[in-house]
Design a protein around this ligand. Structure first.
Ligand code: HEM
Ligand SMILES: [Cu+2]
Length: 633
C-alpha cells in the first residue's frame, strides 16, 4: 500500500460508508451481475436456488403421493414412478440438502466472523454456477424424458451398462459429480474464511456456534464427497469405455460401489444435519436471551459427530451379507452417535430452561425440530439393530424414519432460520401471524404424512413400488398419508406467500431486530457491500450484548482497495492485510466450460481432451494478474 492512499482512519461517517460501498460494490447490468464476487449476492442466490430445488423435490413427492393414495391407481406407470423417486431423492439430497447448508455459510459466515468477503471469492462464484448448471441439466433431462430412473444411489448392476442402456444413468452420474465439485469448492472457502479472516479477538472459544457447525461440516464435506465422485466417475467409465470396476464377471466388485457410495452417503446425513445444529444454536441463544449452556460441550459434540459420521456407513448394507463381526461393530458405532446428538439436545434445552425464552416463529420451528428429530432418532436406534433392520429393510418404516430425521433435522430448523435471518437478508420482518399459522400447518401436516408410514412399514408395505393390491389392506393409511402430504405442501405455499409479501410490505427491520449478540447483526439490514465500515474487535462470545452501542473497531484498512484483515488461526491476532480479488466474469465462463466438458464426456471420452481447452482458457482469464495500483503509478 502506498503511503498516500486513503485509509479508514482518515475519513468517517457517511463518507466512509459511501466510499467503501463503491470499492466493494458490484457493477449494474447483466455482466456486473454475472461477475459479482460479493458473498452476500452469491449467498442470496445460493439460498434461493436451493429452496427452489426443495420445491421441485416436493412437487415430485406430491406426484408420488397422488399415485400411492389408492390401491391399483392408474395415474402413472412404473417407469414414470421410478423417475419420480429418483428425481425426488437426488434433488433433495444433492441439490437441496448439501447446498442449503453451504448457501447459508456463504452468506453468513463472513458476516459472523466480522470480515468483508469470503476467502477465494471467485472460487465461490464458480461453485455457485457449477451447482446451478448441474442441477438444471438433470431437471431438463427429466423434462425431456431422458432423466435418471435408477434411484438416488444408482446401485450397480442396475445402473451399469447392461441394465441401463441409454443416457439416463449417465445424467445422474455426471450431474452428481458436478454438484460435488461445487460442494468441495465452497467447503474450502469456508474453512479458510473461518481460520484466517476472523475479526481480531475472536479466539477459538469465541467463534459463534453456527460458524463452528459450518466449519466441521466443511471438513466432513471435504472427506466424504470425493468418495461419491469416485463412485460416479468409475460408474461412468464402466458405462462409457468398458472398464469393469463393478462387474464381478470380469473381476470387478458390485459391493465396492455400495461401499464407496455409503462412505459418502452416511456422512451426507450429517452434512445435512450439521448446519441445522448451527441454526438451532443461533436461534436458541438469541431467543432465550442468554449465552449457550455448555458451549465447549456443544463444540466437542460437533467435532465428535463429524468423526463418528464416517464410522457408520455399513449400517446401510446390513442385508448384503457382511461378516458378523463387522455388522456388530457398525451396530455399536451407529448407537454411539446418539451420544453427541443427545448432548447437543440437552445443552439446547438447558439454555432454554435457564433463559427467558420468547416464542416467536423462529423458536417455534426449533421446538418442532426437537419433537420430530427425537422421534426420528428413536426409530433410527431401532433400525441400527440388525434383527429389526432385517425385518423392515426396504419398507415404508425406513421411509418414515429418514423423513423424520431429514425433515425434522433440516427442514424445520431451516424454516426457523429463514424467519430468523430474513430481516438481515431483506431489511424487513416476516409476518408473525402467518408464521404461527405456517408452523401449525407444517407440524400437523408433517406428522399426518409420515407417522402412518411407520405402521405401513410394519405391515410390510415395501418402498419404491408404484402401486399395491387392495387385498393388502394398506389403502386407508395411504390415503391418510397422501392427504397429510397435501396439507404439508400447503404449508410451504403459505411460507412462500409470507416471504414474497413480507419482502415488499413487511415492517422495516433495522440492524438488530431480535436483539441478538453475534456480529452479523452489527451490519446494516441488508448489509452494505463492505459488510462493516470498520472491522470490529471481539472481546466476548456475544459481542453485541457486551457492547451495545460502542463495539470496538480496528482502523487502518484501505478505503479504495479491497483490503481484508488476515488474523492468526487460534487466537485471531491481526497478522497482515491482504487484497482480495476484484469481480470477474471468468468464473462464470469457467463454469460453462466445465459444463461442456462434463456433458461431452457422457458421449465420448475424448471430451476430457478437447473439453479441457476452453476450461484452460477460462482459467487463464481468471488468474491473469491484474497490474497492481503501485505498478500503474
Ligand atoms: C414434502 C415432503 C415430502 C414428501 C411428501 C416425501 C415423500 C416421499 C416418498 C413418497 C418417497 C418414496 C417412497 C418410495 O416409493 O420408496 C420418498 C423418498 C425419499 N425422500 Fe422424500 N418426501 C418429502 C420430503 C423429503 C425431503 C425434505 C428429503 C431430504 C432432505 C427427502 C428425501 C427422500 C429420499 C432420499 C428418498 C428416497 C428416494 C429413493 O428411494 O430413491 N424427502 N419421499
Ligand atoms: Cu447411515
Amino acid at each position: 500500500m502506498s503511503p498516500d492512499e486513503l485509509r479508514d482512519d482518515q475519513v468517517d461517517g457517511p463518507e466512509l460508508t459511501a466510499r467503501l460501498a463503491k470499492t466493494w460494490g458490484t457493477d449494474k447490468g447483466i455482466i456486473g451481475a454475472l461477475s459479482t464476487v460479493d458473498h452476500k449476492v452469491i449467498g442470496r442466490r445460493f439460498i434461493a436456488t436451493a429452496i427452489l430445488f426443495l420445491f421441485l423435490g416436493g412437487l415430485s413427492a406430491i406426484l408420488m403421493r397422488m399415485q400411492l393414495a389408492l390401491p391399483e391407481n392408474r395415474l402413472m406407470g412404473p417407469d414414470f414412478y421410478n423417475q419420480l423417486f429418483t428425481m425426488h431423492g437426488t434433488t433433495m439430497m444433492f441439490l437441496f440438502g448439501v447446498p442449503i447448508g453451504e448457501a447459508f455459510a456463504v452468506y453468513l459466515v463472513p458476516l459472523m466472523v466480522g470480515t468483508r468477503n469470503i476467502a477465494f471469492p471467485r472460487l465461490n462464484a464458480y461453485a455457485y454456477y457449477v451447482y446451478v448448471f448441474g442441477g438444471l441439466l438433470i431437471w431438463v433431462a427429466f423434462v425431456l424424458n431422458i432423466g435418471p430412473d435408477v434411484g438416488w444411489f444408482a446401485y450397480v448392476p442396475l445402473s451399469g451398462p447392461e441394465y441401463s442402456p441409454g443416457k439416463r444413468a449417465d445424467f445422474w452420474a455426471q450431474m452428481i459429480t458436478f454438484t460435488e465439485v461445487s460442494g468441495i469448492a465452497v467447503a474450502i472457502s469456508v474453512i479458510v474464511t473461518v481460520f484466517k479472516f476472523r475479526a481480531p479477538g475472536m479466539t477459538l472459544d469465541r467463534i459463534p456456534l453456527f460458524v463452528w457447525a459450518e466449519l466441521i461440516n466443511s471438513f466432513v464435506i471435504i472427506f466424504a464427497l470425493p468418495a461419491v465422485v469416485t463412485a460416479s466417475a468409475t460408474l461412468m467409465m464402466d458405462r462409457l469405455v468398458g472398464t469393469h470396476f463393478f462387474n464381478p464377471a470380469e473381476g470387478g466388485d458390485a459391493l465396492l460401489y455400495q461401499h464407496l457410495f455409503w462412505f459418502f452417503g452416511h456422512p451426507e446425513v450429517y452434512i445435512i444435519f450439521l448446519p441445522a445444529t448451527g441454526w438451532v444454536s443461533a436461534i436458541v441463544v438469541t431467543f432465550s436471551r442468554r449465552q449457550a449452556f455448555g458451549y465447549i460441550a456443544l463444540v466437542l459434540s460437533l467435532i465428535a459427530t463429524g468423526f463418528l459420521s464416517f464410522g457408520l456407513w455399513v449400517h446401510h448394507m446390513f442385508t448384503t451379507g457382511l461378516p458378523q463381526l463387522g455388522a456388530s461393530f457398525f451396530t455399536a458405532s451407529s448407537m454411539l452417535i446418539a451420544i453427541p446428538n443427545g448432548i447437543q439436545i440437552f445443552c439446547w434445552i438447558a439454555t432454554l430452561w435457564d433463559g427467558r425464552p420468547v416464542f416467536r416463529t423462529p423458536l417455534l420451528f426449533i421446538v418442532g425440530f426437537f419433537f420430530i428429530f427425537v422421534a426420528g432418532g428413536l426409530s433410527g436406534i431401532m433400525l441400527a439393530s440388525v434383527p429389526l433392520d432385517t425385518q423392515v429393510h426396504d419398507t415404508f418404516f425406513v421411509v418414515a424414519h429418514f423423513h423424520y430425521v431429514l425433515i425434522g433435522g433440516n427442514v424445520f430448523p431451516l424454516i426457523g432460520a429463514v424467519y430468523y435471518w430474513f430481516p438481515k437478508f431483506t431489511g424487513r420482518m416476516m409476518s408473525e401471524r402467518l408464521g404461527k399459522w405456517h408452523f401449525w400447518l407444517a407440524f400437523i401436516g408433517f406428522n399426518a404424512t409420515f407417522f402412518p408410514m411407520h405402521i405401513l412399514g410394519l405391515m410390510g408395505m415395501p418402498r419404491r413400488v408404484y402401486t399395491y393390491l387392495p387385498e393388502m389392506g394398506w389403502g386407508s393409511l395411504n390415503l391418510f398419508t397422501s392427504l397429510g402430504a397435501a396439507l404439508f405442501f400447503a404449508s410451504f405455499v403459505l411460507f412462500l406467500y409470507n416471504i414474497v409479501s413480507s419482502a415488499r410490505r413487511g415492517a422495516v427491520a433495522g440492524p438488530n431486530p431480535w436483539n441478538a449478540g453475534t456480529l452479523e447483526w452489527a451490519s446494516a439490514s441488508p448489509p452494505r457491500p463492505q459488510n462493516f465500515d470498520r472491522i470490529p474487535v471481539v472481546t466476548n462470545r456475544e459481542p453485541l450484548w457486551a457492547h451495545r452501542d460502542d463495539l470496538p473497531v480496528v482502523a487502518g484498512l484501505s478505503v479504495e482497495n479491497r483490503e481484508q484483515l488476515v488474523t492468526t488461526v487460534t487466537d485471531a491476532r491481526a497478522d497482515l492485510r491482504e487484497t482480495t480479488p476484484e469481480p470477474s466474469i471468468w468464473p462464470f465462463i469457467a463454469a460453462i466450460a466445465t459444463a461442456i466438458l462434463f456433458i461431452g464426456s457422457m458421449f465420448t471420452p475424448w471430451a476430457l481432451v478437447w473439453g479441457s481447452v476452453p476450461l484452460a482458457l477460462a482459467l487463464m482469464g481468471w488468474f491473469w494478474p491484474k497490474p497492481s495500483t503501485e505498478d500503474e503509478r
